[in-house]
Design a protein around this ligand. Structure first.
Ligand code: ARG
Length: 467
C-alpha cells in the first residue's frame, strides 16, 4: 500500500502497526462528507488559480464517480487505505490520473477530518431533533388520550399527591424539549468551517474561506487555525446532549417498567415490545425498557471516553483525536435505535386507568387539601399539618379514608372543619386546587398541552428549515 507520506521514510511501517493505526474501517462512514468537502475545496482551489478549469472539472467528476461507485458496489470500498482521506485520494488518482493529487494542495487531513466531522455532527443533530419531535409527539398524543385519568405522583418513591396522567407525561416532554434546545445550541457551535486551516497554521493557498463556508452551508469560517484543527468541543457537546437524552429516556423507561409490574399495574406491556422467558411460561418481560435504560450507560461512556482522550491534549492535531470517531458513531447508532424503540413502545402501551385511579384514591392523597382547608380557616399551617396528621393516623387505625369520618369525628381533631370539607376532599377537588401555572389542575394541564403543541410545531418547523 502506497501511503501518503512514505517519501521521508527509509523503511515501511510494521504491518501490524500499520493495520492498527488505520481508521478507514470506521471512518469510511464519512465518505459523503469527505466528497462534499473535497468538491468544495476543488472549487476554492480553482478560484485561487491552483487548478485550471479543466482540472477542476475532472476532479469534480472523479469525486462524483467515487460516490456513485461506492453506492453501487460495496466491494469498491474494500481498501487498505489508511483513512477516508487516503481512500478518496487513491480512488481519485485511479479515476483521473496523477493530477488528482493536486486536490491536496494547501490542504491537510487535520482540517479535513475536522470538517467532515462537523458536517457529520450537524446532520446527526438535525436527525435527532426530528426524532425527538416524533417522540414528543407520541408523548403528547398519549397525554391527550389520558384525558381526565389520574395517578399518584410520588416523592421518595411514596405516593404523595394526585396528578393528571397528562401532567405526568408532560413532565417528560419538558425534558425532551430541553434536549432539542441543547441540540440546537450545539448545532450553532458545530456550524463553523475548519477547512482552510491547513495542518495547523492556515493554508498556504490564498483561499476564499468565506466562500468555502457558504458552499458547504456553514455559517462562518473558523477564527483560529490552531484551534480549528484540534477542537472537538462540538463532538463533546453533542455526546453530552445524547447523554442527556439517554438519561431522560432511562428515567422514563425505568418508571414505565416499574408501572408495568403487577404491584403497580398502571401499564400493560405491549406484546410487540416485550419478550418471554425460556423457563417460566407465565412471564412477559419489559426488555425494550430495560435495554433503553441500559443503553444510556453506553452513551455516557462515549462522552466520557472523548473527555478522557481530550484531557491535557496539547494544541495542534494529535492522533489521539482519531479516537473520537468510534464512540461518536456508536452513540449515534445506539440513540437512533433507542428512540425508535421507545417511540414504538409508547405508541402501543396500554394505560390501566382504573388501577391508576384506585392507587390515587387509596392513599390519603387529599391530606394536604385538608390541611389547606384549615389554613383558610385561620389555623396556622404547622398546627393544621399536625391535626391532619393525627387524623390520618386515626383513619389508618380504622382502615378508612380521610373522607369517611363523620363531621363530629373530624371536629374532634380540629373544630374548624365544616360540612363543606367533604367537597374539598374529592380527587377532582384536590386536582383543581393545584391551580397555578405549571400545576396539575385540569385547566392548567389543558393549557400546558396547547403550549406543548405550539412548541412541537415550532420544533418541526425548525427541523424542516434545517433540512
Ligand atoms: N484518520 C485521522 C483521524 O481520524 C485523520 C487525520 C490524520 N492526520 C494526520 N496528520 N495523521 O483523526
Amino acid at each position: 500500500m502506497k501511503t501518503m507520506w512514505e517519501g521521508r521514510f527509509a523503511q515501511s511501517a510494521d504491518p501490524t502497526f500499520y493495520q492498527w493505526q488505520r481508521s478507514f474501517l470506521y471512518d469510511r462512514r464519512l465518505l459523503g462528507e469527505e466528497l462534499a468537502a473535497s468538491s468544495a475545496y476543488a472549487e476554492a482551489l480553482a478560484r485561487a488559480g491552483v487548478l485550471t478549469a479543466a482540472e477542476h472539472d475532472a476532479i469534480l467528476s472523479g469525486l462524483a464517480q467515487i460516490g456513485e461507485r461506492a453506492r453501487s458496489d460495496p466491494a469498491y470500498l474494500e481498501s487498505d487505505a489508511e483513512d477516508i482521506h487516503h481512500f478518496v485520494e487513491l480512488r481519485l488518482v485511479e479515476h483521473v490520473g496523477k493530477m488528482g493529487s493536486k486536490l491536496h494542495t494547501g490542504r491537510s487531513r487535520n482540517e479535513q477530518i475536522a470538517t467532515d466531522l462537523r458536517l457529520f455532527v450537524r446532520k446527526q443533530v438535525d436527525g435527532f431533533r426530528r426524532q425527538l419531535g416524533e417522540w414528543n409527539e407520541a408523548l403528547l398524543s398519549r397525554a391527550e388520550e389520558l384525558d381526565d385519568a389520574v395517578l399518584p405522583g410520588y416523592t421518595h418513591g411514596q405516593r404523595a399527591e394526585v396528578i393528571l396522567g397528562a401532567h405526568w407525561l408532560l413532565a417528560y416532554t419538558e425534558m425532551f424539549f430541553r434536549d432539542a434546545d441543547r441540540l440546537a445550541d450545539c448545532r450553532r457551535r458545530t456550524d463553523v468551517l475548519p477547512l482552510g486551516s491547513g495542518a495547523l497554521a492556515g493554508s498556504y493557498v490564498p483561499l476564499d474561506r468565506d466562500q468555502l463556508a457558504r458552499k458547504l452551508g456553514f455559517s462562518a469560517a473558523s477564527a483560529n487555525s490552531l484551534d480549528a484543527t484540534s477542537d472537538r468541543d462540538f463532538v463533546l457537546e453533542f455526546l453530552f446532549t445524547l447523554s442527556s437524552i439517554g438519561l431522560h429516556l432511562s428515567r422514563w423507561a425505568h418508571e414505565a417498567a416499574l408501572f408495568a409490574t403487577t404491584e403497580f399495574g398502571f401499564l400493560d406491556l405491549p406484546d410487540a415490545y416485550a419478550t418471554g422467558s425460556s423457563a417460566l411460561p407465565q412471564k412477559k418481560n419489559p426488555d425494550a425498557l430495560e435495554l433503553i435504560r441500559a443503553k444510556a450507560g453506553r452513551i455516557f461512556a462515549a462522552c466520557t471516553s472523548l473527555f478522557i482522550s481530550l484531557k491535557a491534549l496539547p494544541l495542534g492535531y494529535s492522533k489521539d483525536l482519531q479516537e473520537d470517531k468510534e464512540p461518536l458513531f456508536d452513540a449515534c447508532d445506539t440513540m437512533t435505535a433507542a428512540l425508535k424503540i421507545a417511540t414504538g413502545f409508547l405508541r402501543t402501551v396500554r394505560f390501566n386507568t382504573e388501577r391508576m385511579r384506585q392507587a390515587a384514591e387509596a392513599s390519603f392523597l387529599n391530606a394536604a387539601a385538608a390541611a389547606a382547608y384549615l389554613t383558610r380557616r385561620g389555623v396556622p399551617f404547622r398546627d393544621a399539618h399536625d391535626r391532619v396528621g393525627r387524623l390520618v393516623q386515626h383513619c389508618l387505625d380504622r382502615g378508612i379514608g380521610l373522607e369517611d369520618p363523620t363531621l363530629e369525628e373530624l371536629r374532634r381533631f380540629s373544630p374548624e372543619f365544616g360540612q363543606d370539607i367533604y367537597a374539598h376532599l374529592s380527587l377532582d377537588a384536590v386536582l383543581a386546587a393545584h391551580d397555578v401555572h405549571g400545576g396539575t389542575a385540569p385547566a392548567r394541564v389543558k393549557s400546558a398541552l396547547a403550549e406543548a403543541h405550539a412548541r412541537l410545531a415550532q420544533l418541526k418547523e425548525n427541523c424542516n428549515a434545517a433540512a
